[in-house]
Design a protein around this ligand. Structure first.
Ligand code: ATP
Ligand code: MG
Length: 360
């Protein structure tokens, strides 16, 4: 862990003209100039969408020396359901998936949202900076409402993007590896950062927050077995921790079409193309090449290739996962250490926020 607390005390230049999506070149050129915040909700086991959507990028960023914070967004589970079911178990299992995928708790600060109270304090000024209309038209909120397990939409759901802004900005993260569904939320975080900086500058004209940018992977929206976004809560995912037989069964059940010719055409054949992409990502090859090889083999051959590629690719991760799973105490210790570090950074940011707001 590097100098998280000191960096938090520094004022940050305004970067409002920076484009909102970064590329890998952005951070490889300057790892020390970047701080990452990413995270997941503890609503179930991580799946291939997470892995190729963000987790793989997180591990790469960490290994390049970019400082990293990973929030397990436990409070945010109750945005779209009445009860946060099996919360402790899901939270520990996320830590397990992170470590198995290569996140190193000595370098990455992994913590639960509920263990850092400052995140909720930041929500008040942040909410005052966005209008109800802006929160209302967020397409991701609409999609999440459509898949919600509640009979009525609760107020927390509409404030979800402002929560995420607090998660990102408490540690002054300027890079956020996410899947495509999170881009509208990140726009809200950028708006909040800009408006906060304009409304509450430091006495010397410096600003409190950076304007964070998204980092998208080569698979920003991996589809699940039903053709919709692969999601933990939609019963359409291939969990990282699944056995090889379970993986084969899940992929066999994936939706495809009747055309025997396999090609890579995400716009017109999204389900088939998503499977081709999955095999390509696992084999580190171009999807067009995989499709060409499969030729007229049909869906059965495609699914066999995908199953073999996924199982082979995940074998080392799954072996590490099984070893790590034997020590639940270690997983809880990772969360305690992470919370301690995150709280120190959060307290320093809140002090600064109170100061510029004249709230001392
Ligand atoms: P839930 O169904 O409970 O919302 P989820 O599977 O959507 O779960 P989240 O915890 O909401 O997972 O998302 C965590 C991160 O993983 C986000 O950055 C999100 O963009 C990314 N992600 C989730 N699903 C996919 C996917 N299918 N493809 C690419 N990235 C994804
Ligand atoms: Mg989600």
């Amino acid at each position: 862990m590097t100098t998280a607390t000191t960096a938090t005390n520094a004022t940050t230049p305004t970067t409002s003209t920076t484009p909102s999506v970064a590329t890998t070149a952005t951070f490889t050129a300057d790892p020390a100039g970047h701080r990452v915040l990413t995270g997941d909700r503890p609503t179930g086991p991580l799946h291939l969408g997470h892995y190729f959507g963000t987790l793989h990028n997180r591990v790469q960023l960490q290994n390049q020396g970019v400082e990293m914070f990973v929030v397990i967004a436990d409070y945010q589970v109750i945005t779209d359901r009445d009860i946060a079911d099996r919360l402790a178990e899901h939270t520990e299992n996320l830590v397990l998936d992170y470590l198995a995928a290569g996140l190193d708790p000595d370098r990455a600060t992994i913590f639960a949202h509920s263990a850092v109270p400052v995140l909720n304090q930041l929500l008040l000024p942040f909410l005052s900076l966005v209008s109800v209309a802006e929160l209302n038209r967020n397409p991701t909120v609409k999609d999440e409402i459509a898949h919600s397990r509640q009979s009525a939409v609760n107020g927390l759901m509409f404030t979800y993007p402002a929560h995420q802004a607090a998660d990102i900005l408490f540690c002054k993260a300027n890079l956020v590896p996410v899947g495509q569904d999170q881009l509208p939320h990140l726009e809200v975080a950028r708006t909040i950062a800009r408006r906060f900086n304009e409304r509450y500058p430091h006495a010397d004209g410096g600003t409190v927050f950076p304007t964070p940018r998204a980092l998208l992977s080569d698979a920003p929206l991996l589809l699940g077995t039903d053709g919709g976004k692969m999601s933990k809560s939609r019963g359409n995912s291939v969990p990282l921790g699944a056995t090889e037989d379970e993986t084969a069964r899940i992929i066999r059940g994936a939706r495809t079409d009747a055309d025997r010719r396999i090609n890579y055409d995400p716009a017109n054949r999204p389900e088939v193309s998503s499977l081709v992409l999955l095999a390509a990502l696992c084999q580190d090859r171009a999807p067009e090449e995989i499709a060409e090889e499969l030729g007229d083999g049909g869906a059965a051959a495609l699914k066999r290739t995908v199953t073999d590629s996924v199982n082979e690719y995940l074998r080392p991760l799954r072996a590490r996962r099984a070893e790590l799973a034997a020590d639940r105490g270690h997983l809880r210790q990772v969360l305690r250490d992470g919370a301690e570090r995150a709280n120190a950074v959060a307290d320093a940011t809140l002090d600064e926020v109170r100061k510029v707001m004249g709230a001392i």
